[in-house]
Write a new protein. Structure first.
Length: 285
């Protein structure tokens, strides 16, 4: 299964654009929201329920903390399940990260070393979450800024093994791969080629920022600008590798006007259409 009834390029729906979407109803195939923003009754959830009448909605979680060494937060999982049942999303995704330590909640998606022990923790928690939600999760690859000394498993291999153990899908964030590869001196094309192709069910695209630190360039995944040309090229390769997939434009800081997001979505759709034509040509040839 490639996706659950959704295709094409959508955008991340953020609060400043909700009324624009309700008023203009732009021709978008789907929208994605951060699940934690809609776990309580209020105007935001009421607006989302109106929007879902016209657009498929994907829920992108940022607080389940699948890499936590302890138990999953059952209350958070129950709230996520209630939202899933209410919104009936086309896709549900989370991150390859952790953000909870005991009773402390950290407002960051934190990395873990890629070891056999952390692989077991992630796999157990993904299975628990999928059982609790009654559906498959998509797991997103992170942006990395350091390499753990004790990591013994390459990231793409770690992700592939999670798929094998849990049956989860993958949210392939192409910008994250580009950022990680630049920061850690990896080959982003090889990274994509190592992912299990059929498990990729969604792609994310976003902008990043360049920082100069002690004479070194560090890329920061800030979701605060247009997609970089090099990331568009890597996206084209990803499509060549895995085929057309539901694609999302993410923009979370320095939010532009809605037309800018729609323009980015059209660019992604054009690249996807070109990749599809090329794939058809290759098959015909």
């Amino acid at each position: 299964m490639i996706s659950e009834g959704v295709a094409g390029t959508g955008i991340g729906l953020r609060a400043p654009h909700v009324q624009d979407i309700l008023a203009a109803r732009p021709p978008l195939p789907w929208l994605e929201v951060h699940a934690e923003n809609y776990m309580a009754d209020g105007p935001g959830l009421a607006a989302l329920e109106k929007i879902r009448r016209d657009y498929p909605i994907s829920l992108h979680g940022v607080g389940l903390s699948l890499g936590t060494a302890g138990v999953l937060d059952g209350r958070h999982l129950a709230r996520l399940r209630a939202l899933v049942e209410r919104i009936e999303p086309c896709l549900v995704s989370e991150h390859l990260s952790w953000s909870i330590a005991g009773e402390t909640y950290l407002n960051h998606l934190l990395p873990v070393p890629y070891t056999d022990e952390s692989l077991t923790v992630f796999a157990d928690h993904i299975r628990e979450a999928q059982d609790g939600l009654g559906r498959s999760l998509l797991i997103e690859n992170p942006s990395s800024y350091l390499r753990f000394r004790h990591s013994s498993i390459p990231e793409a291999e770690f992700i592939a093994e999670l798929v094998r153990r849990t049956g989860c899908g993958l949210l392939c964030d192409v910008n994250n791969i580009f950022v990680t590869a630049s920061n850690l001196n990896l080959d982003p094309v090889r990274y994509i080629d190592q992912l299990p192709r059929d498990a990729v069910r969604e792609i994310h695209l976003a902008g990043h920022r360049r920082n100069e630190v002690d004479g070194h360039t560090i890329l920061i995944d800030d979701h605060g600008s247009r997609v970089a040309d090099a990331v568009w090229c890597l996206y084209a390769h990803a499509l060549h590798r895995v085929g057309p997939r539901p694609t999302l434009i993410e923009w979370d800081t320095d939010l532009p006007s809605l037309p800018v997001l729609l323009e980015e979505a059209r660019t992604a759709s054009g690249i996807c259409a070109a990749a599809s034509r090329n794939e058809a040509y290759v098959r015909a040839g």
